[in-house]
Design a protein around this ligand. Structure first.
Ligand SMILES: NC(=O)c1ccc[n+]([C@@H]2O[C@H](COP(=O)([O-])OP(=O)(O)OC[C@H]3O[C@@H](n4cnc5c(N)ncnc54)[C@H](OP(=O)(O)O)[C@@H]3O)[C@@H](O)[C@H]2O)c1
Length: 372
């Protein structure tokens, strides 16, 4: 008998919209190949949720989906949708979806949102035995107890998190599988920020800070407010997730983070900061010059040591070091474990981008359904 799977998708921004498109495009194929009918039950943005009474991708929800996405493209939030449900009612939305599913593991929550607001829904879904797929790092970067509740779950369903680190590069699942099979992480060194990788590359080549940052923004490598990248906070969250997957018990406050934001820039309004960028032309120039004088390059590097204490900082490296090779937004993860000791395991590739990230979310969805 055809298995029907209901999706609750939180977040329909760049990544979320691409996930919807991919799911809609692949659904017929999954039905043929796996005898699984995937239907959207709920879509949410920051303003509201839209729940479908019933139907499959080609049924009534197709109209709801198309309507919701059209509204967003027209700049209208989901709250303007006639049957929009407020975020306060997430319990009822989840319960309604679970009640209509044959089994809790036939409900999958895709979190393509940002921030921690989705966490209560995710915890409730896990406790009920549903599966979760995350692109959103924030629910995993809160208190350790919450991380464990999400990752451990209630024995049914599963949590997949490929897209939270390295935009879907096979790092999180690989590390988790190594640890689960008895390996031990000795050290992990990473270049885990596409935007900071690009910035360091340009600075090492002699570019001015303001010009390099503007170029990173123009290429879409940074968050809308680039200070979120410069603060190192994004790298800190990724390191925390990896450290916890390796069995560590760190909290976000334990991660040592060096900010690359110019002094005083954190407290400015975003637009004021951007207007003042030329004032920061020489920011980090001395460090870049000192590195160049010794034939080295700047890199923003994250490290988890044997005690599992993550740190993220600007360092200079020989140009042929594994973490220095490959420029721009590429991510590199070098894992030294008890098994991969003399020759570390290196995973590298694009660490940002809508296409690879949405693809990783959909691949995780198929893993959650047990077919990939
Ligand atoms: N883009 C990448 O390359 C990449 C790579 C790896 C991981 N990720 C992660 O994937 C997630 C989505 O990224 P994106 O680039 O698609 O971001 P985005 O375009 O800003 O979209 C974010 C989506 O989340 C919703 N949202 C924001 N705050 C929310 C809240 N408090 N409650 C509920 N919904 C909320 C937004 O709703 P509104 O539209 O109403 O604002 C929007 O639909 C993020 O967590 C990001 O860190 C992205």
């Amino acid at each position: 008998m055809t298995r029907t799977v209901s999706l609750i998708q939180l977040g329909i921004g760049h990544v979320g919209a691409a996930v919807v498109e991919l799911v809609v495009k692949r659904a017929a194929r999954w039905r043929d190949d796996y005898d699984i009918a995937v239907r959207y039950a709920v879509l949410a943005d920051s303003t509201a949720m839209v729940a479908a009474p019933e139907g499959e991708l080609d049924g009534p929800l197709a109209h709801a989906l198309a309507g919701a996405l059209e509204r967003r493209h027209a700049g209208l939030p989901l709250a303007s949708f006639p049957d929009a449900v407020a975020w306060d009612n997430t319990d009822a939305v989840l319960e309604g979806t679970l009640a209509r599913a044959a089994a809790p593991e036939d409900v999958v929550v895709l979190d393509c949102a940002t921030g921690e607001r989705t966490t209560p829904l995710l915890l409730a879904a896990r406790a009920a035995g549903a599966s979760i797929v995350l692109a959103n790092k924030d629910p995993l970067a809160g208190p350790l107890e919450r991380f464990r509740a999400l990752v451990g779950g209630a024995g049914r369903g599963s949590l997949r998190l490929s897209a939270t680190v390295g935009a879907g590069l096979p790092i999180a699942a690989t590390l988790a599988a190594l640890i689960a099979s008895g390996d031990t992480l000795l050290a992990l060194d990473a270049r885990a920020s596409g935007s900071l990788g690009f910035l360091c590359d340009r600075l090492s080549a002699g570019a001015r800070f303001d010009a390099a940052l503007r170029e990173a923004m123009a290429r879409g490598y940074t968050e809308p407010d680039p200070r979120q990248d410069l603060s190192g906070f994004d790298v800190a969250r990724k390191l925390l997730i990896l450290a916890r997957l390796a069995g560590g018990d760190a909290e976000l406050a334990d991660v040592h983070v060096e900010s690359l934001a110019p002094p005083g820039a954190e407290t400015l309004e975003r637009d004021t900061f951007l207007a003042r960028l030329p004032r920061y032309a020489d920011h980090l120039a001395e460090r870049a010059e000192a590195a160049r004088a010794h034939g080295r390059v700047l890199r923003y590097v994250g490290r988890i040591d044997e005690r599992g204490a993550p740190r993220a900082e600007l360092v200079d490296l020989p140009a042929d070091a594994p973490l220095a090779r490959g420029g721009g937004p590429e991510n590199v993860f070098v894992l030294r474990t008890a098994r991969y000791d003399t020759t570390p395991l290196t995973i590298s590739g694009p660490g940002a981008g809508v296409s690879v990230t949405s693809g990783a979310v959909v691949a995780d969805l198929l893993r959650a359904l047990g077919v990939a």
